[in-house]
Design a protein around this ligand. Structure first.
Ligand code: DGT
Ligand code: CA
Ligand code: CA
Ligand code: ZN
Length: 581
């Protein structure tokens, strides 16, 4: 972003702050006019200034020319800083609310001592705005809507939304001439379950071009900040995106820094310091000599460590593991051989069995388990015994057509309130793969719910417990559950726990999955596909598994069809043997 654009924005802020203070209207207008002609000026502002010709800009007199010069030489405007200091703390946030201009802020601050968006919201709810001239119910409602718009931008977005936006923006930025490397950074690169704002990094020798392309792109609904190497925008949907542009020689160091987590970076810097090195976003330094900066792996190597995968950079033991040469071997996309939790129109899925199966084959899987809902779950069109028998016959017929690909006969069977399953064992025994899930009685007390799930795991035909804690991100807390007891029982009964990859579930969570992993429990990513597009949520499941330090040997998805079926058979035979003895 150009100096004049940045400066124009500051002039508009000065004008707003002057107006809030009730200053001379002519002076206020002068700043607005100057901002306008700065915006329109297409030339080199610094050159104009050094030629002493700033006053050729429409509306710029000697006073304003001085301010421009101050900004060009110091990068600051003392007057703006001074005004901002004397204004209420939240003044710019208030001004960002649609429907709130300087005149409104003046009324709000003077009459009601409102200095922040939160205070405004409270005042409206309490009916205190009615006392002000010109504030009818209609205007109050509009203000509340406006507040919702600006505060919504601050909520965290789910990972799927952030990934879709990041994919679009990365593709767009890669096409900008002069952008040599582009990557997401921040929590998205670490694949956290929710994302506060999206961070993007670009290497380019021509940062202005990248900045301009970004801030004028169709995603830039609002521009929060636009400098020469960093910019922040908010999309029309209220999603914030931060962009940094760095020189190619510093790309690796910047990527390391802006990927975070902050806690990981703090520990890494300490480690570097103990080796007499300095680490920052520009590189690893000994004294003034730069040892590494271009590649992220070089940065880690310079402080004596192997490269650490972004998903585990959370200061959760990864630095000790790296130092000891014991970094976990994490699962990768290429390791995935199948997906297990898939619905069709037989229950509440959107797409028909054949389409769903074809889409699974097209992904290159060796097997998928079709797991429609069981009879009790009426809201999801759970299948009667007759109907699942019919589905099984149809799947067997389909399987006759495939080589190197198999549709596993499966079901997502409800765990009834007492821990029994929603189909008799005679039906379950004919299935290859059984996901057992809690969908009712979520309010049972902790001991009852825990006993219920443990009892389900003791059933020899249960392969995996689906979405084990029942949480819905932003909607519903996990049910009261003794997770340690569930993990222990999973281990003892050779039952897998699901990593449900649905974006609003991600259940087990990363932390819970890590505990299960540490306890040696088998895990299974299930996309909980209800329409073909949901197969893509495997990417979220992979991110979750990697954040939990999970490798291919502990993930059912990575086994060959033969090994998978053998693993399932072992639990059934062990249980059978136990009953006989
Ligand atoms: P978010 O946006 O809340 O989902 O989480 P992050 O991790 O993306 O955080 P964000 O966007 O504030 O910053 C992106 C990265 O930049 C962060 O992961 C690490 C780095 N970073 C930001 N501020 C600091 C800081 O004060 N110190 C250090 N060491 N790193 C920082
Ligand atoms: Ca971020
Ligand atoms: Ca950020
Ligand atoms: Zn379910």
């Amino acid at each position: 972003m150009s100096a004049q654009h940045d400066l124009a924005e500051r002039f508009l802020q000065i004008a707003d702050l002057l107006e809030i203070r009730g200053e001379n209207p002519f002076r206020i207008r002068a700043y607005r006019r100057a901002a306008e002609s700065l915006e329109r000026f297409g030339g080199d502002l610094a050159a104009l200034a050094s030629a002493g010709r700033l006053r050729e800009l429409a509306g710029v007199g000697s006073d304003l020319a001085q301010r421009i010069e101050e900004y060009l030489t110091t990068g600051r405007l003392a007057m703006l800083e001074d005004l901002a200091q004397r204004a209420p703390r939240g003044v710019f946030d208030l001004l960002a609310v649609p429907g709130v201009g300087p005149k409104t802020v003046r009324l709000l601050t003077e009459r009601l001592k409102i200095g922040s968006v939160r205070e405004l919201e409270r005042a409206i709810t309490a009916g205190r705005l009615r006392r002000l001239p010109g504030f009818q119910a209609k205007k109050e409602q509009n203000l509340l809507k406006g507040i919702a718009v600006v505060t919504k931008g601050r909520e965290r977005m789910t990972l799927d939304v952030a990934l879709a936006l990041a994919d679009e923006l990365v593709a767009f930025l890669k096409r900008v001439p002069g952008a040599t490397r582009v990557s997401p950074a921040g929590s998205l690169r670490r694949m956290r379950e929710t994302i506060g704002d999206l961070d993007l990094l670009v290497a380019s020798a021509r940062p202005q071009r990248v900045m301009k392309a970004f801030t004028t792109s169709r995603w830039a609904g609002r521009i929060l900040a636009a400098g020469t190497t960093k910019a922040s925008i908010v999309t029309a949907d209220g999603l914030q995106v931060d962009l940094r542009v760095v020189e190619p020689a510093a790309y690796g160091a910047a990527l390391q820094y802006f990927t975070g987590s902050k806690e990981h970076n703090v520990r890494l810097r300490e480690l570097a310091a103990r080796r007499g090195l300095k680490l920052n976003e520009y590189g690893v330094f000994r004294g003034t000599r730069r040892l590494a900066s271009r590649e992220e792996a070089e940065v880690y190597r310079a402080v004596g460590l192997p490269w650490i995968p972004p998903e585990i950079r959370e200061d959760a033991g990864e630095l000790d593991a790296a130092q000891a040469g014991r970094l976990p071997h994490l699962v990768e996309a290429a390791d995935i051989r199948g997906d297990f939790h898939i619905h069709t129109t037989y229950s509440d899925g959107h797409d028909g069995l054949e389409q769903v199966v074809d889409a699974g084959r097209a992904r290159g899987y060796r097997h998928i388990a079709i797991c429609d809902h069981s009879q009790s779950l009426r809201v999801a069109h759970g299948m009667s015994v007759a109907r699942i028998r019919e589905q099984m016959a149809r799947i067997r017929a389909l399987n006759g057509r495939f080589r190197g690909f198999r549709v596993l006969l499966g079901s997502e069977v409800d765990i009834l309130e007492d821990g029994r399953l929603d189909y008799p064992n005679a039906v379950l025994a004919d299935l290859d793969f059984v996901v057992a899930s809690v969908h009712s009685g979520l309010r049972q007390d902790r001991a009852t719910l825990t006993r219920r799930i443990v009892r389900a795991m003791q059933n020899p035909y249960v392969t995996v417990v689906g979405h084990p804690t029942g949480r819905r991100i932003g909607l519903r807390e996990p049910y009261a559950l003794d997770l340690e007891a569930v993990i222990r029982a999973a281990h003892d009964t050779s039952t897998a726990l699901e990593l449900n990859a649905s974006p609003d579930r991600l259940d087990l969570s990363d932390a819970a999955a890590r505990r299960a992993r540490d306890a040696g429990v088998m895990l299974a990513i299930g996309t909980d596909t209800h329409r073909i597009a949901h197969y893509a949520h495997m990417r979220l499941g992979l991110g979750l598994a990697r954040r939990a330090w999970v490798g291919p040997s502990q993930l059912l998805n990575c086994q060959t069809t033969g090994d998978l079926l053998a693993w399932i058979r072992r639990k059934r035979q062990a249980a059978g043997a136990a009953r006989r003895s």
